[in-house]
Design a protein around this ligand. Structure first.
Ligand SMILES: O=C(O)CCC(=O)C(=O)O
Ligand SMILES: [Fe+2]
Length: 291
């Protein structure tokens, strides 16, 4: 099956037309989709109306799937989580984040399907963290390349969120006990493309290791602001049935919270990756050498 692709920005985002993601898996050009994802980082497919099972199967073709410790899931499908404004307070997704960076081996990719969307509003934004890294000065790139940061689940799942019933409280507490804070490189190297990208996010990154608290706060503030520059971003206005597939290693995303009280429901299947790779020291040195 061949398809057409058109770009949304120079650095990230492409819309694919002429492809039915609900077709039999062996008819879907998974290798070409993966190559386009490597190049464009976020791919969009209009009005696909994938069933939850098809969504799970499509995502599983790219790698093992994650079961989220807190979010509810599609009936009978623990790998397909449901983000429903009638069920949960999802305002915390209106913060720039990379999915499940609180895991030792976070998500490589995600497949998001729009079930119910407001007439207007409820867009999702993505930001390219390879472009963000590239736009930093060479001395800062070199310094960041040697740093590690702590990522925590509870930063995006505070007690007031998912703590309103005894069951949800217990689920959150169990999740916290099973997910102690983890340390990841501040700059990660993509295992498929070799590209460097900034890897801190407001959703889960709590501190930079080894710095004084005030230094860590100031540096994270600088990096969060930098990572969110409009130059690195795209924004998608959903129609029901739209699908987005993103590279979760080198992008951040943000679900715009501008549509309440309208109803919005999305589903996500999340493909697990590897522990983030740090920059090799010779690469850090090279990034500081004028071309
Ligand atoms: O609701 C959305 O548009 C995205 C929510 C989100 O952060 C996710 O699915 O990972
Ligand atoms: Fe997310």
């Amino acid at each position: 099956m061949s398809y057409d692709i058109s770009l949304l920005s120079p650095t990230l985002g492409a819309v694919i037309t002429g492809l039915d993601l609900g077709a039999e898996l062996d008819g879907i050009p998974l290798g070409r989709i993966q190559a386009d994802l490597d190049r464009h980082r976020v791919l969009f497919f209009r009005e696909q109306s994938l069933t939850p099972t098809k969504q799970r199967d499509l995502a599983a073709a790219f790698g093992p799937l994650h079961r989220h410790p807190i979010y509810p899931h599609s009936e009978g499908l623990p790998e397909v989580l449901v983000l429903d404004t009638l069920q949960d307070d999802l305002r915390d997704n209106a913060v720039w984040h990379s999915d499940v960076s609180f895991l030792p081996a976070p998500a490589a990719m995600a497949v998001l399907h729009a079930d119910i969307v407001p007439d207007v509003g409820g867009d999702t934004l993505w930001s390219c963290q390879h472009a963000a890294w590239q736009a930093l000065s060479a001395p800062l790139q070199r310094w960041l390349g040697g740093l590690q940061a702590i990522h925590r689940l509870d930063q995006s799942f505070p007690p007031q969120r998912f703590g309103d019933t005894p069951e949800r409280r217990a689920r959150r507490e169990k999740a916290l006990a099973q997910h102690p804070p983890v340390s990841h490189p501040v700059v990660r190297r993509h295992p498929r493309t070799g590209e460097a990208s900034l890897y801190v996010n407001e959703g889960f990154t709590a501190e930079i290791e080894g710095l004084a608290p005030a230094e860590s706060r100031a540096l994270l503030q600088l990096l969060f602001q930098h990572s969110q520059r409009p130059e690195f971003q795209i924004r998608w206005s959903w129609r029901p049935g739209d699908v987005a597939i993103w590279d979760n290693r080198n992008t951040l995303h943000y679900a715009c919270d501008d549509y309440r009280p309208q109803h919005r429901r999305m589903r996500r299947a999340t493909i697990l990756g590897e522990p983030p790779l740090a920059m090799a020291s010779q690469d850090r040195a090279r990034s500081a050498t004028p071309a």
